[in-house]
Ligand binder design. Structure first.
Ligand SMILES: Cc1ncc(COP(=O)(O)O)c(C=O)c1O
Length: 418
């Protein structure tokens, strides 16, 4: 087979479903069937497929230019998008560096954090080359991003020798509404690690409030507020990877909005371009940005992917953010959350270990992997596209999904686990 599929054993995989077109929350298959996409094509198609407003913006941009480099040239879509991201992101994130995917956005954040310290040229600043990350984290599939993924789930042993060695702390427990006591234990572990390792640590990276692909671990904003204080005390930068949580997924525009804190660096991807093209934005505070201002060219930020700030991607992102505001997606996400809370939380059955909902994310955690075997076909036969992984059957629908479509997704999960 010429086409090599992701995360797939090519020898034994079943033939994938052929999609002929898509619109709204619906995938239209070549055989005429229609499936409600319950997972927004890995969580990025936030306004649904084939949105006429974004389609029109693309046509308009294409007639002007589809791409020019940002090295030595500039253009309005990139400048306008940077201004817009600064305006809507947490107070203090005033600078935007574009990249071409979520993983690359994370790589940029890691490099930025390390070079930030190097550029200080103070005693010890060159030793800060490691990153503290959470167990159960997922930050992408490129080498640097993989190095801060959970060491087991992130296959560190398979790629040992290639991956840089990072420092891991247990992920916060107790869920979104966890008690101060739950949070306290995890914070003590983080404090211990910082006491021991701050000398060599550039940054602490987290997926705020929701560790997504590493196992849908929801946790309390308190943990992040306290972690912020610990990082500040140890001269360690804080990076929020909002590739999955950004643009409404946890109920607020950014998960950071529920914490009241501003990270030093924040990464956006996926929903940034609404599923129309790959792109990412790595945002930084003045403190980070100013460490790169110098008469010494070697202190410039050493990164520059070919497609950074691609005009089409920037135009798409700008139009997507305008739609998000004009069509009040946050209100719709609140309604989706209410339906998911009612339907997903009431799913019971022998195979169910836990159910949880946050914003437009609903998860049924099974007791073992075997109890999810066949659920993808079962859902497809009933007109729903689900793609569970490990022990998690979940929905992260496009925000344009109708109540009726969302209930259908919940019906499928309910019947499967009954
Ligand atoms: C939190 C997080 N960071 C980074 C990534 C990587 O993004 P991409 O797949 O666009 O490289 C993902 C993808 O799932 C993610 O969930």
């Amino acid at each position: 087979m010429s086409l090599w599929y992701p995360y797939a054993q090519m020898k034994t995989m079943s033939p994938p479903l052929e999609v002929a077109s898509a619109s709204g929350a619906v995938l239209k298959l070549a055989d005429g069937r229609e499936l409600i996409d319950a997972i927004s094509s890995w969580w990025c198609v936030i306004h649904g497929y084939n949105h006429p407003v974004i389609n029109a913006a693309i046509t308009e941009q294409m007639s002007q230019m589809s791409h020019v480099m940002l090295g030595g040239l500039t253009h309005e879509p990139a400048r306008k998008l940077a201004d817009k991201l600064v305006a809507i992101s947490p107070e203090g994130l005033n600078h935007v560096f574009f990249g071409d995917s979520g993983s690359v956005g994370v790589e940029i954040a890691l490099k930025m954090a390390i070079q930030y310290h190097k550029n200080q040229d103070t005693p010890g600043s060159h030793a800060k080359t490691q990153i503290i990350a959470l167990k159960k984290a997922y930050h992408g599939d490129t080498i640097g991003a993989m190095s801060v993924c959970d060491p087991v789930e992130g296959m560190h042993s398979l790629f040992s020798g290639l991956l840089p060695q990072q420092i891991f702390v247990p992920s916060p427990i107790g869920g979104f509404d966890s008690t101060a006591e739950d949070t306290q234990d995890n914070l003590m572990l983080l404090a211990d690690t910082l006491n021991k390792c701050a000398r060599t640590t550039a940054a602490f990276i987290v997926e705020p409030l929701m560790q997504a692909a590493g196992g849908f671990n929801f946790y309390s904003p308190d943990y992040l507020r306290e972690a912020r204080k610990l990082c500040d005390a140890h001269n360690v930068l804080m990076i929020f990877d909002e590739v999955a949580t950004g643009f409404g997924r946890t109920g607020s525009l950014f998960a950071a909005d529920q914490t009241g804190i501003t990270p030093d660096i924040m990464v956006l991807g996926k929903g940034l371009t609404a599923g129309y093209s790959g792109h990412s934005a790595t945002l930084a505070t003045d403190r980070v940005y100013e460490a790169f201002l110098s008469d010494d060219p070697a202190k410039s930020f050493m990164h520059g992917p070919t497609f950074m700030g691609n005009p089409m991607a920037c135009k798409i992102a700008l139009t997507s953010i305008e739609l998000f505001e004009a069509e009040n997606r946050l209100a719709r996400i609140g309604q989706i959350e209410a339906i998911l809370k009612k339907r997903i939380r009431s799913i019971t059955g022998q195979a169910v270990k836990d159910t949880r909902v946050l914003g437009a994310t609903g998860v049924v955690e099974a007791k073992d992997k075997a109890s999810l075997k066949g659920i993808q076909d079962f859902a497809a036969e009933r007109g729903v596209w689900l793609r569970p992984f490990e022990t998690y059957a979940y929905t992260m629908p496009p925000y344009v999904i109708s109540d009726e479509q969302l209930h259908k997704v919940c019906d499928v999960l309910e019947v499967w686990f009954a």
